[in-house]
Design a protein around this ligand. Structure first.
Ligand code: SF4
Length: 254
């Protein structure tokens, strides 16, 4: 097998990941993120070109050493934002597929650009499952909540849909931002328009990341924000699912 020396900046590895994709997984936290989500748990991943440098083969060899352990799992790229190191991400996933390893990409899609169509075609071809973090359905509040425009996220989802890669949407319910039936309906409408979306995970906001801001000397943007319940997240999920059904049946009829 050809060696792959492509190098990336890695924040950390989790060797026993159970929440980012199916089965037990090697979770690779990429360093660098252009978003500034008000509720981010990982501000220590924001700065680019920090952390440890690792080659594709070094990561895949760690996986292979514990292969038996990951029998129904695979590798997940998360962050930070993996798309910040697009060439390295593609090399990692293409290398994983050569070794028949299941690949899962957890991303906000924010760095998608149509001009990089060929690179994204290769990325989608080597991605088995996409976990897309859809932060908000409306452009203005998306910008307030994340510091970045919604448009690229939607274009990323369109491109993923065209490529046929299966996606699970992830959405966080935050009081005052994403806790209304109107917003849940908006999320449902976006999902309904993309037939590659096969699942939906809705999580309630909690302030567990706050301690990291203190450690980094940063002020926590959602200081005093109340944690939300699993029940509210469940209600949001049900409402989004109803909206998906409504919009899909309308699209079908029109
Ligand atoms: S996209 Fe993820 S890592 Fe980046 S700021 Fe948002 S929550 Fe944090």
């Amino acid at each position: 097998m050809m060696e792959c020396k492509e190098t990336g900046y890695i924040h950390s590895l989790e060797t026993f990941g159970t929440i980012d994709g199916p089965g037990i997984r090697l979770v690779v936290f990429f360093q660098g993120c252009p978003m500034r989500c008000l509720y981010c748990h990982n501000p220590d991943t924001w700065a680019p070109k920090k952390g440890q440098t690792m080659t594709v083969d070094e990561i895949l060899d760690i996986y292979e050493k514990n292969k038996g352990f990951y029998s129904k799992g695979g590798i997940t790229a998360t962050g930070g934002e993996p798309l910040m190191q697009l060439d390295f991400l593609i090399a990692l996933f293409e290398g994983a597929k050569k070794r028949k390893i299941h690949t899962c990409l957890d991303t906000s899609g924010i760095l998608y650009r149509k001009e990089k169509d060929e690179a994204y075609r290769r990325l989608f071809a080597s991605t088995d499952l996409l976990l897309l973090d859809l932060k908000h359905s409306q452009a203005d509040t998306h910008k307030t909540l994340t510091g970045q425009a919604l448009q690229s996220v939607l274009e990323f989802l369109d491109a993923a849909d065209k490529s046929g890669v299966s996606a699970i949407i992830r959405h966080v319910v935050v009081k005052g931002y994403t806790d209304t039936p109107k917003e849940w309906d908006g999320i449902g409408k976006i999902i309904a328009e993309h037939k590659n979306v096969k699942g939906l995970e809705v999580l309630p906001y909690h302030n567990m990341g706050e301690i990291k801001y203190k450690e980094l000397g940063l002020s926590y943007p959602l200081q005093g924000m109340e944690n939300l319940s699993k029940e509210l997240a469940q209600k949001a999920r049900q409402t989004i699912l109803q909206s998906i059904r409504k919009y899909r049946s309308q699209n079908h009829l029109s």
